[in-house]
Design a protein around this ligand. Structure first.
Ligand SMILES: *Cc1c(COP(=O)(O)O)cnc(C)c1O
Length: 387
């Protein structure tokens, strides 16, 4: 074997023996939550398509119409020829939903975060993040060259202590958090975060990947703490989850957005999204704005499941069941698959060591009967594993 192949084979063997190796499984989703995997029909509780919009007829039709009008690819970066006419409508919808002056759409949520953070912070600045923040927020912080410091999950005392001790030694300071945490489903304490950001002259950014279309009447975490929008000057998120499409976004003041047009490298040097994706995302955002009762169903289903198992009340559409050990989480996943449920085990490094889990993602499109049957299977097959 040559050294490259043996390098790869040894790394894989080490992952395998730690129950950490991952493998692709072909998964056909159609419609949204009925999936076929390894020839088996399963009901999925692992998709982030929280409103079932990826297969909604209005969304699919809008994408098809755009495909016929504009073709498949956008043909260039947005600053050259890739800024097709559908972008303006999508960005206007996002700004309206988030109540900001402006919005910018990126190729994905990951690309948004690795573009936004380095455009706003650099050497001599401070970036402070929640320790459970998504990998792409950390990647953005590292790319920026700013000093990156993490605080324990949702620990406002530790954040204040860091700000007290360190804020004065730096130029600008960004505070990064997720609005709804992707693997735990809990909300960030945004009123406290916004107050600390104001007191210490920091710029607060929320990653609302799992909050848009789910909390705050569908408008996201800034709207989840009462009728009034909280002061979060940088509201980032993705079009790949509840919106059922693909792409990332930031909603902010016009000057900030125009700076990003100039300085976010993952925007400047990247081809625009396919017009069909932009059209589908726009139709999905219209649906979100017009269907509040459908939005309520996603959290409602998560709460129904949590109630059935005496778990803490769900704050979003995500409910974690922590098993700790990686092999145990894989076993729990296999047991549920035998009963017709797809619930993918989540292992480190996606979650901290020792917290391997089943992550249940609920959708408005799930039926109450599906939820109850899942809860029963979990009670019979998975809870005993925890003892
Ligand atoms: C999924 C996710 C992203 C990445 O978004 P994509 O559009 O899938 O690239 C970013 N942040 C969080 C918290 C996520 O869960």
């Amino acid at each position: 074997m040559n050294s490259l192949r043996s390098f790869a084979a040894e790394k894989l063997a080490a992952l395998e023996s730690a129950a950490l190796r991952r493998r692709l499984a072909e998964t056909a989703r159609a419609p949204a939550h009925q999936v076929t995997r390894n020839g088996q029909a399963l009901i999925s509780f692992s998709c982030n398509d929280y409103l079932g919009l990826s297969t909604h007829p209005a969304v699919v039709e809008a994408a098809i119409a755009a495909l016929h009008t504009y073709g498949l690819g956008s043909g260039g970066s947005r600053l050259i020829t890739g800024n097709h006419p559908l972008y303006a409508g999508l960005e206007a919808r996002l700004a309206r939903l988030k109540d900001t002056e402006s919005a910018i759409v990126f190729g994905s949520g990951y690309l948004a975060n690795v573009g936004i953070v380095p455009a706003l912070a650099g050497v001599g600045d401070l970036v402070i993040l929640d320790s459970l923040s998504h990998a792409c927020l950390l990647a953005g912080a590292k790319l920026s060259g700013a000093e990156a410091v993490r605080f324990a999950h949702n620990d406002m005392e530790e954040l204040e202590d860091i700000l007290d001790r360190r804020r004065a030694g730096f130029g600008h300071c960004l505070i990064l958090t997720e609005g709804v945490f992707s693997m735990d489903g809990d909300l960030a304490p945004l009123p406290e975060l916004a107050a600390l950001a104001e007191r210490y002259d920091c710029w607060l950014m929320t990653d609302d990947a799992h909050a848009l279309g789910v909390v705050g009447r569908g408008r996201g975490s800034s709207f989840a703490f009462g009728p009034k929008k909280l002061n979060v000057p940088l509201q980032m998120g993705t079009l790949s989850k509840s919106v059922g499409a693909y792409g990332g976004y930031l909603c902010a003041d016009r000057a900030v957005i125009e700076l990003l047009h100039n300085r976010a490298r993952s925007f400047v040097y990247e081809t625009g999204l396919p017009p069909a994706v932009v059209a589908g995302a726009s139709a999905a955002l219209d649906f979100i704005a017009e269907n509040p009762s459908w939005i309520e169903r996603a959290i409602g289903n998560a709460q129904r499941f949590a109630r059935a198992l005496d778990l803490p009340k769900a704050q979003s559409s995500i409910v974690p069941l922590i098993l700790g050990d990686e092999a145990l989480a894989l076993k729990a996943m296999a047991l549920l698959a035998e009963k017709g449920f797809l619930v993918v085990a989540v292992r480190p490094p996606t979650v901290p060591p020792g917290t391997a889990r089943l992550r249940f993602a609920f959708s408005a499109a799930h039926e109450p009967g599906d939820i109850d049957a899942l809860a029963e299977a979990v009670r019979m097959l998975v809870l005993p594993l925890r003892a």
